[in-house]
Structure formats: C-alpha cells, structure tokens
Design a protein around this ligand. Sequence first.
Ligand code: URA
Length: 221
Amino acid sequence: MAVVAAVRVAATELAAFGAEVAGCTKCRLAEGRTQVVFGVGDPTADLMFVGEAPGFHEDQQGKPFVGQAGKLLDKLLAGIGLERDQVYVANVLKCRPPGNRDPQPDEIEACEGHLFRQISLIEPKVVATLGNFATKLLSGKPTGITRVHGAEQEATLGGRRVLLYPLYHPAAALYTPAMLKVLEADFARLPELLGRTAEQPTPTPALVAVAPAPAVQLGLF
Ligand code: URA
C-alpha cells in the first residue's frame, strides 16, 4: 500500500510541475511554440531518457519522440523488453527551436532547471542521454558523444546519485547503419545497469533540486 501511495505522490507532484512549466516564458522559444513538451512516461521510472528538443511533430502533439526517431527508440526499448510507459522520456529543451535548429546556450540555461527538477521528482536509477546536448549538459563535461557513448558514469543529478549513460541520438542512427549497430549494442547493456544500485548520499534539503554549475558557465555549448 505504501508503494502505491508513493507512486501516487510522485505522479501528482510531477503533473503539478508539468502544469507549471506549461506556462514557461523563460526564453524566446515560448513565442514560437505550439505547446511545451514536458515529458511522458512512468513518474517513478528507474530508467529515464533525455533527448535534445522537440521537433515539429512533438510540438504539435505535446509528447517527446513521436516521429521517426521515436519509433526507433520504441524498437530499441522493445529489444530489451521494455515499453515506453515503463520509462520516462524528456528533453533538454521543452520547446521546439525554430526550424529544428540546435539549442542555444541561453535556451539551455533557461530550461535546465526544469530537467533537474524532473530528475529529482522521478528519482531514476539510470539516466540515458541521447546525443551531444543532453550528454554535455548532464555530465558537466564538453566531451562529445562519439567518445563517451556506452560508458556509464556516476553523477549527482537533482540531488541523487544516478548512473549517467550516454547513447547516440536515435535520429543520428536512423540513416547510419554502423551507428545503429553501436546504439543497439549500447542499449543491450541497459538491463545490467538497471540491476546495479547506486549508493545514495544522505539527503539534506539543501541538496535537493540543486543542479550542477550552469552549462553555459562551464563553457559546454
Ligand atoms: N529528438 C529529440 O531529441 N527529442 C524529441 O522529442 C524528438 C526528436
């Protein structure tokens, strides 16, 4: 019963935060969006994916990864016996950049607090970053995805110890068979990573929802 109640609290808090973010005007992307794309999935998921930013279809439908890259993500998940509603999927940016251009440093800085709060509410064990933008932001390092994909690292995100697991972005793998093979192989390690338990720091209120140094200050983007 206690577990059911905890799930309900997590779902309620995340939904309340999503409602708050739906009205966000922290950056210029608010002007051109159809809607904020907050994230979808299990609010208590052990596995969370973080992509880059909504594209045309995501902006229209209000859900991340609903296009071709999303279909590939679903296929990769099925390959390890998971469905979309058993994980949580979000993006670094919650609003679509015009013409699907790259996220700008000030947009990432404005939006990153939303992502860190999501992580602190969901409390995932493994955060899989899809592509360069999510990987650089959440690792706090400028090293690109080609060098770090498939290499898990411990990180403190949203006040929790998590395993950060960088992966190639599914959109990049769509038309590059060699990259798809690597992505599939990296994906295949997820069940093993989920079986590990990271040691949690003793919680102190001051640590909760504290983000790493802003990416822009670190000179990541
Ligand atoms: N690519 C992303 O990074 N995120 C989406 O939601 C869709 C495509």
